[in-house]
Every structure is written in structure tokens, then in C-alpha cells.
Design a protein around this ligand. Structure first.
Ligand SMILES: [Zn+2]
Length: 62
């Protein structure tokens, strides 16, 4: 089967300023953030973040 258009929903961190955005990762490896063309800082380069650890939903205990 060559039908492989699984698009994953991921988090992407700007390589310039570390801002994190919701993004989609395409089967060819391209990552695009959702809702805008690039980061507010002007960068369009992002690293996919492993969403196993989301700092915003994991406040420090105590
Ligand atoms: Zn940025």
C-alpha cells in the first residue's frame, strides 16, 4: 500500500526563540504550524517537540 497520508498533530518549537506551537507533521517529514505561516519572531524553522512532557499541563508540585 502506497497510501500514506497520515498527518500527525504535534507540537513544534521555534528554533530561534523556543516558542511552542500546535503543528502538523506530514508523512514527508515537513512540519507546519497551524494557523500561521511562521513564528511571531519571523522564523519559519521548527523542531517537533515530544508531547509526552507538556510543561504547561505539568505544574511543579509543591
Ligand atoms: Zn520564534
Amino acid at each position: 500500500m502506497a497510501h500514506n497520508d497520515d498527518v500527525r498533530r504535534v507540537l513544534a518549537a521555534c528554533t530561534a526563540c523556543d516558542s511552542v506551537y500546535a503543528a502538523r507533521q506530514w508523512p514527508d517529514g515537513e512540519t507546519r504550524i497551524i494557523g500561521q505561516d511562521g513564528c511571531s519572531c519571523g522564523s519559519t524553522e521548527f523542531d517537533v517537540v515530544d508531547d509526552a512532557g507538556d510543561p504547561e499541563s505539568d505544574p511543579p508540585a509543591g
